[in-house]
Design a protein around this ligand. Structure first.
Ligand SMILES: Nc1ncnc2c1ncn2[C@@H]1O[C@H](COP(=O)(O)OP(=O)(O)OP(=O)(O)O)[C@@H](O)[C@H]1O
Length: 552
């Protein structure tokens, strides 16, 4: 395969969705630059590329959220110039979308979520025919092999089940119609490994039965395991269309980055992070010393018998410069642990002490006092919780270090601008300029900005919740490198992640939470994704396989 692998054009009769020469500008930003895409009937198609390369914009043009500037769209034989494209006609021709936020109402039952979309069946006098609704939804759930009762609230479902319910709902009006084309925007971004496996198996089965699926994902191993065809975007252009081929992860990354940058990543400080392997041969890892062996003045974080929310008696000690991971299923208490340490949640009982850079020990506090003590926290929902959407990228970068720009005569905008430009370059933020609005950034680039903002504070304790969710494979290597450099400089890092490979790449040791308790400490040769998968799922896992008959 060459860098701009000349696309092996799918046979015209096979193609059920074709995007040709699609261009889209947002002001000065050229988001799509004559991009092409062709989906073959009955295949799973991966649309991949770095943050900000135009994947979501393509989906949004197809869904009618944005109007394209130039190009053509063809769905099931009907073609439009983009300025005449009507998303309702696209839908009538078979396009169906499941966006990352799923658009489900967690407090409503599965059946009500279906009815919300398609309407409630009613009888004489407009009364809702609940029995009909439940029967119809139960049939659909059976077809999709979702092992759940239509009366179950969506919020009680496991994550992969929720995504499957959203998929099933999107297809409900014409279930079984092979003309439907399902478009999934990062369906597995928030799912732990075993949950994404369940989802991907279901997607694969649908394609084997004739459904066409396109998915966007930053997780290379998973697209390689499930997809038939690959389209790679770079800077808004199609740089490779790989039809019926099995590229390697390195080949895909080379297309995404251009060969020169791919070489840099190959030599990244996280060997193996692109290979889907355990990064460092397990036997070569130094076994982590038990935390209790640490000299007292070396302990930066001490958590003692912590209770509150889902947490049930957590004990933990982190030494200066350590990177420690937190693994666990959704609901195991990962995020609550980080938030309680940061002072956002008040513990019911127990104690959290933090040692600042000057060696002073601070007992429980709120987020403000924690920040003063040198603690930084990057939450999971960065765009929603951690960013100032209405401000510029520069404002978002400088907001935590504003004091340093004050001079006798006022703010030094020049210094602030120079620092912002430096951070934008260092973290590979793809933006028209640092003065662009934060909301104009792609999802992955928003995350890079929030991370950059906190890391520049040079915290003594850094709490990271899902630090690379939605971040492209190239930037992920940059982020790992930055975190490791911070740790080498004395920063202590506690990182919660559902990406077990990430934990093994980044951490010296990992604690496994189950139902709010520390179920295991893992380090040295034991620290492998497979072993962590077993530990996170053992004993307290709810019993049901999500899909009846799913082979796992
Ligand atoms: N509403 C908007 N206003 C201005 N610029 C935008 C808007 N939406 C997207 N862009 C810009 O268009 C480019 C493509 O963004 P897009 O969201 O399509 O990328 P993406 O490939 O989906 O990225 P990610 O993987 O980070 O989600 C980016 O430079 C982004 O900043």
């Amino acid at each position: 395969m060459t860098e701009t692998a000349s696309p092996k054009a799918p046979a015209a009769t096979d193609v059920v969705l074709r995007v040709a020469g699609l261009t889209k500008r947002f002001g000065a930003t050229l988001a799509l630059d004559k991009a092409d895409l062709a989906l073959r009937h009955g295949t799973v198609h991966a649309l991949v590329g770095g943050n900000g390369c135009g994947k979501s914009t393509t989906i949004k043009v197809l869904a009618g959220v944005h109007r394209g500037d130039e190009g053509r769209i063809e769905v099931a034989g009907t073609a439009w110039d983009v300025d005449a494209y009507d998303p309702r006609a696209g839908r009538a021709a078979g396009l169906r979308f499941v966006h990352q936020d799923l658009g489900l109402f967690p407090q409503l039952s599965i059946a009500e979520n279906f009815a919300f979309d398609a309407g409630y069946p009613t009888g004489p006098g407009g009364r809702v025919q609940w029995r009909n609704l439940h029967r119809r939804v139960a049939e659909l759930l059976t077809t999709y092999e979702i092992d759940a009762d239509p009366r179950t609230p969506v919020g009680a479902l496991r994550p992969a089940q929720r995504t499957l319910v959203a998929i099933c709902r999107a297809l409900q009006d014409q279930e079984g119609d092979e003309r439907l084309i399902l478009i999934l925007d990062e369906p597995t971004a928030t799912l732990p490994q075993h949950e994404s496996d369940v989802l991907l198996e279901a997607v694969r089965r649908r394609a084997d039965q004739g459904q066409t699926v396109m998915m966007v994902s930053h997780r290379m191993p998973e697209v390689l395991s499930v997809c038939d065809d690959f389209t790679v975007f770079r800077d808004g252009r199609t740089v490779a269309a790989l039809v019926g081929q099995r590229p390697t992860e390195h080949e895909l990354v080379r297309h995404m980055t251009g060969a020169a940058l791919a070489r840099t990543i190959d030599e990244s400080v996280v060997p193996g992070a692109l290979d889907g392997d355990t990064p460092v041969p397990a036997d070569d890892r130094p076994a982590a010393e038990p935390a209790t062996a640490a000299a007292d003045d070396d302990v930066v974080l001490r958590v003692q018998d912590l209770h509150g929310g889902p947490l049930r008696g957590v004990d933990l000690e982190l030494r200066r410069g350590e990177i420690v991971g937190v693994a666990g299923l959704v609901g195991s208490g990962r995020s609550s642990l980080l938030r309680t340490i940061f002072g956002e949640h008040r513990p019911a009982s127990g104690r959290v002490t933090v040692r600042d850079a000057a060696g002073r020990v601070h007992a429980d506090g709120d987020p403000r006092t924690r920040m003063e003590a040198g603690v930084a926290m990057v939450p999971e929902d960065r765009a929603g919780e951690a960013a100032f959407a209405e401000l510029t990228i520069r404002d978002n970068l400088s907001v935590t270090v504003r004091r340093k720009y004050w001079r006798l005569w006022g703010m030094s905008q020049r210094q602030e601008r120079a620092d912002a430009a430096d951070l934008v370059a260092r973290y590979g933020v793809r933006a028209a300029s640092a003065d662009a609005p934060f909301t104009s950034l792609s999802g992955g680039n928003q995350q890079k900005v929030v991370l950059a903002r906190w890391l520049q504070r040079q915290p003594s304790l850094l709490l990271l919740d899902e630090p690379t969710q939605g971040v492209d494979v190239m930037s992920r290597a940059d982020i790992y490198r930055t975190v490791q450099e911070a740790a080498a400089g004395g920063c202590t890092v506690l990182v919660a992640s559902s990406d077990l490979l990430e934990l093994c790449s980044l951490c010296e040791r990992v604690i496994v939470l189950q139902d709010g308790r520390v179920a295991a400490h893992v380090s040295g040769a034991q620290l492998t994704p497979d072993h962590l998968t077993v530990l996170t799922q053992s004993t307290t896992e709810p019993p049901s396989p999500t899909l009846q008959g799913a082979s796992r």
